[in-house]
Design a protein around this ligand. Sequence first.
Ligand SMILES: [Cu+2]
Length: 332
Amino acid sequence: MLRTCARCGLTFLFLVAAACGGQPPAATTAQAPAASGAAAAPAGPPLSTKNMAPVAGQEKTCAGPRAKTVDLDVIETKGIDLGMGTTFAAWTYNGHIPGPTIEACEGDTVTLNVHNKGTTSHGLDTHAFKIDARKYGPTAPGMTLKIEKAVDTPGVFMYHCAAGPVTDLHIKSGIHGAMIVYPRNEKLRPAREIVVVEDAVFGTRDAKGFIPGTDPAKAAKNDQLFSMFNGRIDNDPVRVNPGDLVRMYFVNIGPWVSAAHVIGTVLDAVYAGAPWVHGLQTVAVPSGSGAMLEFYIPEAGVFPFVDHDKLAFLPFGMALAFASEGVPGAAH
Ligand SMILES: [Cu+2]
């Protein structure tokens, strides 16, 4: 069994210490929080984690060309760093778990070129497309699979390998990511945006912390060794400020339903397919689905994002802390 590290064994103490011990925020964007759906002051820059780049966002994406092309390499790695002294011989898009976030705007035509640089057949299935499923592949090693379709449904979608009967094994080996389709005519509220993908590893960790690959028996039983956010067992705190509105583009790869919850606040608005829903403590996001989760940072402090049904993994670092040191008093 995976051991807890000294730093993460006391998860909340660590989160609080990390939040209080770092550098002060560059700027305070505290604001009188707007009522749901109302206009708000400009937000700060988008947020990121170690394995997740900031998004371009709705404005840039929707102002860009109506035809968007994304190239993805399927790479079977010999080992990637998951944090806490653990490495995993993952299969990936572009060498990382998760793969790169694909951003498009409602009405765009999206072309995905999947270059299979692996040793077995791989493909790509995005839940944002309405298309003949056979076009998702797979394709043989050395080949490129081209998939093209206009997207007409805004939302946060899972994309993943399509490998016929062994698709589950490929998804659970790391070949997955998030695709955002921004609405073209509904302007999203200014917010600190971040992408979070919940995933898991199904294997056995040796004495050196190496997981040589996915264990098919564990995968078949949804018996994960641990679950993660953005391909990391542990993540550094994400710096925010009191009064910030955070919009999380969340995808649950699985296993099971994610009970998406932010400790210390209430979800102000959730979009998992129209209409927006307001005032939720926890929202259920099934495996294979996604949602936009909006919440305010109510005051200075630490606000960990968790899967409330997987709190058993807290000792192994499974919490993404939003940490605020800014000016208290901008409470929402
Ligand atoms: Cu695959």
